[in-house]
Design a protein around this ligand. Structure first.
Ligand SMILES: Cc1cc2nc3c(=O)[nH]c(=O)nc-3n(C[C@H](O)[C@H](O)[C@H](O)COP(=O)(O)OP(=O)(O)OC[C@H]3O[C@@H](n4cnc5c(N)ncnc54)[C@H](O)[C@@H]3O)c2cc1C
Ligand code: SF4
Length: 340
């Protein structure tokens, strides 16, 4: 019988007093019982509106049905037919605007917690499954992928599953793109990304780091090496500066540099080789950075005050209502000043 509760099973989280003092993931994930209970909220709709909201068209009611039956491994197989990064997407995909926005249970009450269930299934597989991923039979064609962000990894995974010999070339020393240098550890632990990349490697994907395509190797050289096609998933990682006096001064960071230092290079650790200047008073220019600065507050950068300079109205860059209210509360608690 369907569970007609109007509310999703809540996502368990670390106690706020504990999480304020560590960098571990805030959300701790569903228990088996919560997953079974949440799966029972799905009505297994024939027209599957949720699937049309998913950018990769995961067969959502089918995987949820398997969760409901307690067959978590089969649920994983259904998800991984359409997604190469289920543990990542279950955490950071904006489900509230995608699959869950289309869920019929959202008409009266909260939609089914599709993202939470996806995360549960992926984590269950990673912790319990003894299934060994094996590389499919090769079809004799070689493809190069430039960049190891979600675009490059997804392309590599899909091609590898179809038998292509894929090599991913990554400029940085670690694969993952924004997943490792942008999204903070407490939202997406690096070990989750590393595990997904390991799975791709088992499918036969080769990953070459510290290679800048265009400098270390040219695209022509890739073709000379026998690659028949090149997918460029280089992201949009370069900052756009404003061209004003002083922006090269010590202590002025672009958002990209700030995030890379804190997330990839672990600037929050004592004696980090790439530290972030610690200051009492910090000016933030541009709105979108606000949420990241506030979240990064937990990296103990010792700011007592934030000053935000932006030309855009607040609502333009703080669209995510749920996260906004959480961040806003934190901001108010930290003597935040906004100049708009
Ligand atoms: C702080 C932050 C938080 C975010 N949070 C979310 C979220 O919660 N949910 C969500 O859905 N989206 C989020 N996003 C957006 C999401 O991360 C991006 O849309 C996504 O990463 C884009 O993927 P990509 O593979 O195109 O590029 P990227 O992730 O930027 O990856 C590109 C990769 O290509 C490499 N590269 C670039 N040039 C070369 C070259 N010449 N040779 C070799 N390698 C090269 C780069 O080093 C990088 O690793 C966030 C973005 C940021 C910045
Ligand atoms: S729309 Fe909601 S209730 Fe219907 S199948 Fe999809 S997840 Fe289940």
């Amino acid at each position: 019988m369907a569970n007609m509760s109007l509310n999703k099973n809540p996502m368990p989280t670390q106690d706020p007093k504990v999480r304020a003092k560590n960098f571990l993931e805030v959300a701790t994930g569903y228990s088996e019982q919560a997953a079974l209970d949440e799966a029972a909220r799905c009505l297994n709709c024939k027209n599957m509106p949720c699937v049309s909201g998913c950018p990769v068209n995961i067969h959502i009611p089918d995987f949820i049905e398997k969760v409901r039956e307690g067959d978590f491994e089969e649920a994983y197989k259904i998800i991984s037919k359409s997604s190469s990064l289920p543990a990542v997407c279950g955490r950071v995909c904006p489900q509230e605007n995608q699959c869950e926005a289309k869920c019929v249970r959202g008409i009266k009450g909260e939609p089914v917690g599709i993202g939470r269930l996806e995360r549960f299934v992926a984590d269950w597989h990673n912790e319990h499954s003894s299934a060994v991923e094996t590389a499919p039979e090769k079809n004799g064609h070689k493809v190069a992928v430039v960049g190891s962000g979600p675009a490059g990894l997804t392309c590599a995974g899909d091609l590898a599953k179809s038998g292509y010999e894929v090599t991913v070339f990554e400029a940085l020393h670690t694969a993952g793109g924004v997943l490792v240098y942008g999204i903070p550890e407490f939202r997406l632990p690096k070990k989750i990304v590393a595990k997904e990349i390991e799975t791709l490697k088992k499918l036969g994907v080769k990953i070459e780091t510290n290679i800048i395509i265009g400098k270390t190797l040219t695209v022509d050289e890739l073709f000379d090496m026998g690659f028949e096609a090149v997918f460029i998933g280089s992201g949009a990682g370069l900052p756009r500066f404003m061209g004003i006096d002083g922006e090269n001064l010590k202590g002025v960071y672009s958002a990209n540099e700030f995030l890379t230092r804190s997330n990839l290079m672990k600037a929050y650790e004592e004696n980090s080789a790439t530290p972030i200047l610690r200051a009492e008073k910090v000016a933030v220019v541009g709105g979108e950075m606000l949420r990241w600065m506030l979240q990064e507050r937990r990296f103990a950068l010792a700011q007592k005050r934030f000053i935000l300079y932006t030309v855009a109205p607040l609502k333009n860059f703080l669209q995510d209502r749920k996260r906004l209210s959480m961040l806003w509360r934190r901001a108010l608690n930290s003597n935040f000043f906004a100049i708009l």
